[in-house]
Design a protein around this ligand. Structure first.
Ligand code: NAP
Length: 339
């Protein structure tokens, strides 16, 4: 049955794909943006056929303004918006406070509007950190904040914990679940890209001359969006309280570079083939923010399983190799990376 769903953060990479799939399935969408004047024309251009099935509201995670209007008339919420910057802020509260308060604000206004289903875009960041003894993780694992983790990791863990505690105490009949993606890649709509896609861009545009000894789990933005859509549509008993990691495969960056060379050779001219020694990463980390983040990940395996999600939500993820290929092709097709 067609529903009206509030998707927060409609300007974002994942939010945009969730809206895309919801509209394609016949649902109506309310979405929040921070600057309606700037963002609504872009959203209307992307979904030019949606007409009244798409309504855009101005609402910031840090303010109550606009949230009651955005929730009015909705059946369910996909809460996707959260800060996801490239650089690590010097003050962790720049991320932790909006992630936590924004999630609680979204929950409170949804509850006041009588909404009974709430899907939170959490992250594998809330699963796979602060446990140096482990390298394989499932939906049952939680990041250990007492170990001291980077601000973004903390922000996602704190936000998911806060949401679960809030639902348990304030709205126990609400059907709540989280989607916990690993690094999200796949086709991009325009050059307003997510931080995750920047990594593939840097591998193919020549900004990384050598490959650091680092790996990540890969998931496709279309699979992440599909998990949201299925979690919104599934029977309540199937999704209540669940965590749904989306993750296809763990790949070392050198393997990602190999995938580009094998599957998109015409765009692989600037893809590095030689390893970056760990000592060089540590040296560059003294003055380069991105290297600072890589430094802590050298040689680490964080393999998050998405099997539970495939089984419960009933679909199979796009192979990581296909996702990498589609990311590269779309970055060139949109002119974001020049040949
Ligand atoms: P994105 O493209 O940067 O989108 C982030 C969205 O959040 C944007 O719509 C942004 O709005 C909105 N937002 C940020 N701060 C806000 C605030 N104070 N008030 C209102 N809206 C705010 O990133 P994304 O990759 O789509 O990420 C979306 C969600 O997925 C986030 O919760 C992120 O933590 C999670 N996630 C992402 C990945 C990944 O690899 N991409 C992996 C796991 C989880 P503006 O356009 O106004 O900035």
């Amino acid at each position: 049955m067609a529903m009206t769903i509030l998707v927060t953060g409609g300007t974002g990479y994942i939010g945009g794909e969730v809206i895309d799939q919801l509209l394609a399935r016949g649902h109506s969408v309310h979405t929040t943006v921070r600057d309606k004047g700037k963002s609504e024309p872009r959203l209307r251009a992307r979904w030019s056929d949606a007409g009244e099935r798409l309504a855009v509201f101005e609402a910031d995670l840090m303010s109550d303004a606009g949230w009651a209007e955005a929730n009015a008339g909705c059946d369910a919420v996909a809460h996707v918006a959260s800060p996801f910057p490239l650089a690590v802020p010097s003050d962790k509260d720049e991320l932790v406070v909006p992630a936590r308060e924004g999630t609680l604000r979204a929950l409170e206004f949804a509850d006041k509007a009588g909404i009974k289903r709430f899907v939170q875009t959490s992250s594998a960041a809330a699963i796979a950190y602060g446990q140096p003894e482990k390298d394989h993780f499932t939906h049952l694992d939680w990041t250990n904040l007492t170990a001291g983790v980077p601000p973004y990791i903390e922000s996602k863990t704190v936000a998911e914990r806060a949401a679960r505690d809030w639902v348990a105490t304030k709205a126990p009949t609400m059907v709540f679940c989280s989607i916990n993606p690993v690094a999200v890649f796949g086709p991009v709509y325009d050059d307003d890209m997510s931080t995750s896609v920047e990594l593939v861009k840097k591998i193919i545009d020549g900004s990384i001359p050598l490959i650091p000894n680092m790996g990540i789990c890969v998931t496709d933005v279309r699979d992440v969006a599909q998990a949201h859509v299925r979690a919104l549509e599934a029977p309540a008993e199937k999704v209540r309280g669940e965590r749904f990691p989306t993750s296809e495969k763990f790949l070392w960056l050198r393997e990602m570079a190999d995938v580009v060379r094998a599957r998109v050779p015409e765009h692989a001219g600037k893809v590095p083939s030689r390893p970056m020694p760990n000592w060089l990463v540590r040296l560059l980390a003294l003055f380069m923010d991105e290297m600072k983040q890589i430094k802590g990940e050298l040689g680490n395996v964080r393999d998050v399983s998405g099997k539970h999600t495939e089984q419960v939500l009933g679909y199979s993820f796009i192979p990581a190799e296909q996702t990498i290929e589609d990311t590269v092709r779309s970055l060139f097709a949109k002119g974001i990376v020049k040949p």
